[in-house]
Design a protein around this ligand. Structure first.
Ligand code: MN
Length: 197
């Protein structure tokens, strides 16, 4: 069974297309018009081993906010769709990623319940190119709301803004990959005592 998700989301502010294959090889084709964000989504696909297509046409004449947020919402929805019934997956995943002076730690539960806990160093540079660094938490909030996962993301230390954001996306990719992968010992088993996820 193919574990793919496809979401098209169009508003007066943005038009977004996201396609994801959870069992891919990290083939990524991303264009949002926000260079650094493209770089982050590239990390997500590459290190998650997801095949990921993202095409966003947003109101960049205002700023990059709607473009970034709406892409994250569509990504979350596509991820949830691709997970399907969650039978046979690992469900939980975690990964710590160092990027030079920065450490990012991500833990996820594909629980069906949206919850985000997030911390990162304060006073990091406000902008990376046209990417507003306060959007990182907003991206995670948006993804979590649509993917319906519990996600804890912490950066206990770091200095460079590019490193601080990139380490989070790399660790997120690996944690999502591990949690969503099929567990060879759990074929046909839903990883919940409640009978639903
Ligand atoms: Mn917003």
């Amino acid at each position: 069974m193919n574990r793919v998700g496809r979401v098209e989301r169009t508003t007066k502010e943005t038009s977004v297309l996201v396609e994801i294959d959870l069992d891919g090889t990290g083939q990524v084709d991303v264009s949002t018009g926000v260079g650094f964000y493209d770089h982050m989504l590239d990390q997500l696909g590459r290190h998650g081993l997801f095949d990921l297509t993202v095409k966003t046409d947003g109101d960049l004449h205002i700023d990059t906010h709607h473009t970034i947020e709406d892409t994250a919402l569509a990504l979350g929805a596509a991820f949830k769709q691709a997970l399907g019934d969650k039978v046979g997956i690992r469900r939980f995943g975690n990964c710590s990623v160092p990027l030079d002076e920065t450490l990012a730690e991500v833990t996820v539960d594909l629980s069906g319940r949206p919850y985000l806990v997030h911390s990162e160093p304060e006073n990091i540079a406000p902008m990376i190119g046209t990417y507003d660094t306060t959007m990182t938490r907003h991206i995670l909030e948006s993804f979590v709301a649509q993917a319906q996962v519990a996600l804890h993301v912490h950066v206990p230390y770091g200095r460079n803004a590019h490193h601080i954001v990139e380490a989070q996306f790399k660790a997120l990719a690996r944690a999502l990959r591990y949690a969503s992968e099929r567990d060879a010992r759990a074929e046909g088993i839903l990883p919940s005592t409640k009978g639903a996820l």
